[in-house]
Structure formats: structure tokens, C-alpha cells
Design a protein around this ligand. Structure first.
Ligand SMILES: O=C(COP(=O)(O)O)N(O)CCCCO
Ligand code: NA
Ligand SMILES: [Zn+2]
Length: 311
């Protein structure tokens, strides 16, 4: 069934596991993710960026949003696993309202690059509207390093746990993304991967609410190697190691945003197939390997996060 993200995350919060939130831009990634969820009997959170809304809607974000709602609902309504659709990194008021109008389960208002009071105000505005429409809300405190869609934040600003307690009480957000040292993309760490577990622990103790980890892709080496075997150059790529990811779940992360790992898996499969099948031009054939690798990465992640058999 198609459900509210909050229902999925409240259960995860109570039982201390995490649910992956996988980004999509097209049908093929959605198919592969859903196949992984079916195989693992796991709840799924499908999420799209504002760029994905524009991309799918051919420049019209509301058309893109409603296309994604229709696609995700079609799968969700025909399956026993709970599936939610979330707007990731909502920064533009128009896009956030379009997602709510289209029927998204939840929206993120990302004003993390603003001073606290501004973040607070923007979040309160969205919470009032979203809650009136039965839509749940995610916000972010602190800043990820690296490129955050259209905001290049040179250095990461880690969450302040006391600020987090004040923020959630004031805004009534449904789930919070505390910045603890991750960043988006495939090049997360120069040296050893390190996250601020202490801050995470404090935020959980003070807020007791479902927490979100952004920049959580692991950069699966198996996929990097396949891609590089067939011409990719992902030198220097490094993600969040599995043991560190598991520790964040043990400490109270319940939603794990994953985009880069699926992109790596898809391009690895596509490169491999195209190199080995010079005569093929049927899209249902040449995207098969790519989709199967995405499904594999999805299934493994659902298992690792503990949401398998939680549907
Ligand atoms: O936090 C994440 C996932 O980050 P990643 O998959 O890059 O680790 N997202 O919000 C997904 C979109 C960001 C661009 O990748
Ligand atoms: Na999000
Ligand atoms: Zn993110």
C-alpha cells in the first residue's frame, strides 16, 4: 500500500531499525528498487529531488511531481509492502507546495544553509501547510560538506544537539536530519571515514524522534570495479563503510538517504552490457543488467539496515 512516511518511520524508531530512502529520476530505478523491496519484504521510501521533478516533468515540476505520484502509487497499490514518496531537499517553496498538491507522502524543507531562526521560520511555515494536508515533514540541522544539490557548502557544520531539541519542539517536524559528518556524492572522505556518533547519540536522547542520515551511500567497491573495468573513472571514491552505517542505526538513525550507490550500480551494469553486446539496441535488454545491479544494491542495503521482513 501507499503510506505516509511518518508511519514507516515511527515503527522503525520504536524497533530501532532503519528504512532506506532511494532516489529516482525515471521508471527503471523505481522498478529495480521495488523489486528489491518485494524480495526483502521491506518497507520502501522512494524520494525525488526538485531536479528530478523538473526532469520528469520536462521543465514543469508539478507535472513531474504528479507523474512520480502516479508511478509510485501504481506500484504501491498493487503490493503488500508499504511504500511512501518523499520530496528530498525541498528548497523552493513552489516545488514543495507542488509535491504536497501532487500527493507526496512527505516533504523535506531544507533550509539548513540558513541561520537557525530563518530555518525555524521556513520549517514552521511548511509544517503548518503540510500537516493540514496530512503530509509529514523532514528538516535538516547543520550542513553536509560537499555539494548539496545546488548549494556548495565547503565545510560541514555539525548539528548542535541542544539546538536540535529546541528546533523540533518549536517546529513540530516529524523527522530530523542531523549533520554528523557525511556529504553527498561519491567522494565523502579524503582520509578515514569518521562520523560524530556522540552528537548523534545526544540528538536521539534529546529528541527521541525518527532521525535521517543524508549522504549515506557506501560507494560499493564491487560496482566501482565493474564500472572501471568498462571505462569509468571513479578514482578516489569513498562512501560510508557498512559497519559505520550499522552503528548509526544502532544509535537511532531511521531513514537512510541513498542515491549515489544506485547510480554507481546502474552505470556499472549499463557499461558492462553495452561493451559486451555491440549488436543490442532494445532498451528492455540493454538496461537489464543495470537494473539487476541496482536491485542487488537495494536488497543488500535493506538487509543491512534491518528493514527486511518488516513490511
Ligand atoms: O543524502 C542523499 C544521498 O546521498 P548519497 O547517496 O550521495 O550518499 N540524498 O539526499 C540524495 C540526493 C543527494 C545527491 O546524491
Ligand atoms: Na530527505
Ligand atoms: Zn541529502
Amino acid at each position: 500500500p501507499y503510506v505516509n512516511t511518518k508511519d514507516i518511520l515511527e515503527k522503525a524508531n520504536k524497533e530501532y531499525y532503519a528504512v532506506a530512502a532511494f532516489n529516482i529520476n525515471n521508471l527503471e530505478f523505481l522498478q529495480a528498487i521495488v523489486e528489491g523491496g518485494i524480495e526483502k519484504k521491506s518497507p520502501l521510501i522512494i524520494e525525488t529531488s526538485e531536479g528530478a521533478m523538473k526532469y520528469a516533468g520536462m521543465g514543469d515540476p508539478l507535472r513531474g511531481a504528479s507523474l512520480f505520484v502516479k508511478m509510485v502509487r501504481e506500484f504501491a497499490d498493487s503490493l503488500d509492502i508499504p511504500i511512501a514518496l518523499h520530496l528530498d531537499h525541498g528548497k523552493n517553496f513552489k516545488y514543495i507546495i507542488s509535491a504536497i498538491k501532487a500527493g507526496y507522502s512527505s516533504v523535506m524543507i531544507d533550509a539548513s544553509d540558513k541561520p537557525l531562526e530563518e530555518n525555524l521560520k521556513a520549517t514552521k511555515d511548511i509544517v503548518r501547510i503540510a500537516h493540514a494536508a496530512g503530509v509529514s515533514v523532514e528538516a535538516e540541522l547543520g550542513k553536509l560538506a560537499g555539494i548539496e544539490d545546488n548549494v556548495a557548502s565547503a565545510e560541514s557544520v555539525l548539528v548542535n544537539p541542544d539546538e536540535a531539541k529546541y528546533f523540533v519542539e518549536e517546529t513540530q517536524v516529524d523527522f530530523l536530519a542531523p549533520a554528523i559528518g557525511t556529504s553527498h556524492g561519491a567522494f565523502k572522505f579524503k582520509g578515514e571515514a569518521k562520523l560524530d556518533f556522540d552528537r548523534l547519540k545526544k540528538v536521539k536522547e534529546l529528541t527521541k524522534m525518527p532521525l535521517v542520515l543524508h549522504g549515506a551511500s557506501s560507494v560499493v567497491q564491487e560496482m566501482v570495479e565493474i564500472a572501471e573495468n568498462y571505462g569509468a573513472d571513479f578514482g578516489g571514491s569513498k562512501g560510508v563503510p557498512s559497519d559505520i552505517l550499522k552503528e548509526t542505526v544502532r544509535l537511532g538513525i531511521n531513514k537512510v538517504n541513498t542515491d549515489t550507490d544506485l547510480r554507481m550500480a546502474f552505470i556499472a551494469g549499463l557499461r558492462e552490457f553495452l561493451q559486451n553486446n555491440p549488436k543490442e539496441f532494445d532498451p528492455r535488454k540493454y538496461m537489464e543488467t543495470a537494473k539487476s545491479y541496482v536491485k542487488k544494491v537495494v536488497s543488500d542495503r535493506l538487509e543491512l539496515l534491518g528493514s527486511a521482513n518488516k513490511a
